[in-house]
Design a protein around this ligand. Structure first.
Ligand SMILES: Cc1ncc(COP(=O)(O)O)c(C=O)c1O
Length: 427
């Protein structure tokens, strides 16, 4: 905390730029915590907010509904193969809490009382509330609460850059899958397998090898275990496809969306379930099969209105194609970044790049500093005109999805300069 005694005040935003109270401009390389789609102050999104805010600003989803959420539910089902119903909340952690509760209660609802365990993969992140922390586990974030977290069954994840000695990537992937199957085949006590879809974000931009997710999905089917995906950070185009699970050929039973759902302008999340899950919750009042979960701002109509506009714009401007094209710029700069002597690995997919910093390339020793690395890069980045945030020793580039090619080139050049200057001054 002592490192962060004062903060710049952001007063305006325009496109990829954030502008502070002194008039300084910085590129939002964090995408305002990975959620910004169209840049800041987009007139169409602002108009959708203004228009809806004149009609009804908030009305509860307890016993009532509203037009924007009804429309949004239809839109979400349309883009989400296999999904049947939508349960709203107002942040990603809550969407995951709901997913966990749905998965656990599903088995109770159908009278299968033995299935109470949750399986996950190591190094996952699903939010900062207790349930979400329990099913994820980034040691640096959650260590202090370990005793209070509920226990889960965790399996290793294949990380191409940090493979155990003697393994190729494909050997290790098979090894991980074998471990999963070995445990799945015992006890019949696992309710659900929960993982981020496509890549682990907070865990350090760990992009899954081909078929890893698909094979876990197949194992879940084989052993009658629910498959729950978290697309909060990786869906909606971040990894280059609208719905990442389609790309991964792994249709889940439950999926959570958040972050980019509203274009990054208002707070809303959604947990979608297939018909099998939904049907298990229907019954007479005294059957007590319904899901006890609700938040004050669940289904906020202004948030839903801007989400609907956002979704329409994805189609209108063919954003996914644009992301696929623009993200090739990452490839162009990868080698130059990798050539910097404190860079051990560069990985990217869609509009995401992770740059792993090491003090010894051969030994892959994660870089350490006296001040937090985050602080070092935040300060140097700011001097170069970018808002940067690191996760441990990994510099994350997660800009607004619609960033233009020349803007991404500028961001990458500034990032290279930042790493070089930070290196000469600090490491
Ligand atoms: C994969 C994933 N799931 C869940 C969350 C939690 O979302 P929120 O911060 O909206 O609670 C995050 C946030 O970064 C995330 O990256």
């Amino acid at each position: 905390m002592n490192e962060w005694s004062s903060f710049d005040t952001i007063t305006k935003g325009k496109g990829i730029w954030l502008i502070d109270s002194k008039g300084n401009k910085i590129i939002d390389a964090v995408g305002s915590m990975w959620c910004n789609v169209w840049g800041h102050s987009n007139p169409q999104l602002v108009k959708a907010i203004t228009k809806q805010s004149k009609k009804i600003q908030h009305s509860s989803l307890f016993n009532l509904t509203n037009e924007p959420v009804e429309k949004l539910a239809k839109n979400l089902i349309k883009i989400s193969p296999g999904m049947n119903k939508v349960f709203y909340s107002d942040n990603g952690s809550s969407a995951m809490e709901i997913a966990i509760k749905m998965a656990l209660q599903y088995w109770k609802n159908i009278g299968e009382v033995k299935k109470t365990q949750i399986a996950t993969i190591e190094n996952g992140y699903h939010g900062d509330t207790f349930g979400a922390m329990s099913v994820g586990y980034v040691p640096e974030f959650f260590r202090k609460f370990k005793k209070q977290l509920f226990s889960t069954i965790q399996f290793p994840v294949p990380n191409k850059y940090r493979l155990p000695k003697g393994f190729t990537l494909s050997d290790y992937q098979n090894h991980c899958l074998e471990k999963i199957e070995k445990r799945f085949s015992k006890n019949n006590d696992i309710a659900a397998f929960i993982m981020e879809s496509g890549a682990q974000m907070a865990g350090g931009a760990i992009i899954y090898p081909k078929d890893f997710q698909k094979k876990i999905r197949e194992l879940c089917k084989k052993y009658d275990i629910l498959f729950v995906l978290d697309e909060i950070a990786t869906g909606f185009g971040r990894l280059g496809s609208m719905v990442q699970y389609q790309d991964q050929k792994s249709i889940p039973d439950i999926v959570a969306y958040g972050k980019m759902l509203t274009g990054g302008y208002l707070t809303m999340a959604a947990t979608l379930a297939n018909k099998k899950i939904y049907d298990s919750f229907s019954g007479e009042f005294n059957d007590w099969k319904h899901l006890f979960h609700g938040h004050t701002y669940t289904g906020n109509p202004i948030a839903a209105a801007v989400a609907n506009e956002n979704l329409q714009m994805y189609k209108k401007y063919n954003l996914i194609k644009q992301v696929q094209k623009t993200s090739k710029i990452f490839e162009k700069y990868s080698q130059e970044i990798l050539d910097i002597d404190i860079v051990g690995d560069v990985r990217h997919k869609g509009m995401l790049m992770g740059i792993e910093l090491v003090s010894n390339k051969k030994k892959k020793t994660p870089i350490r500093t006296k001040k937090s690395i985050n602080k070092v890069f935040f300060e140097e980045g700011k001097k170069q005109g970018i808002y940067l945030r690191t996760l441990g020793n990994i510099v994350m580039l997660v800009p607004p999805l619609s960033i233009q090619q020349n803007e991404l080139e500028l961001l990458l050049k500034k990032t290279i300069k930042t790493i070089q200057v930070a290196k000469s001054k600090t490491f």
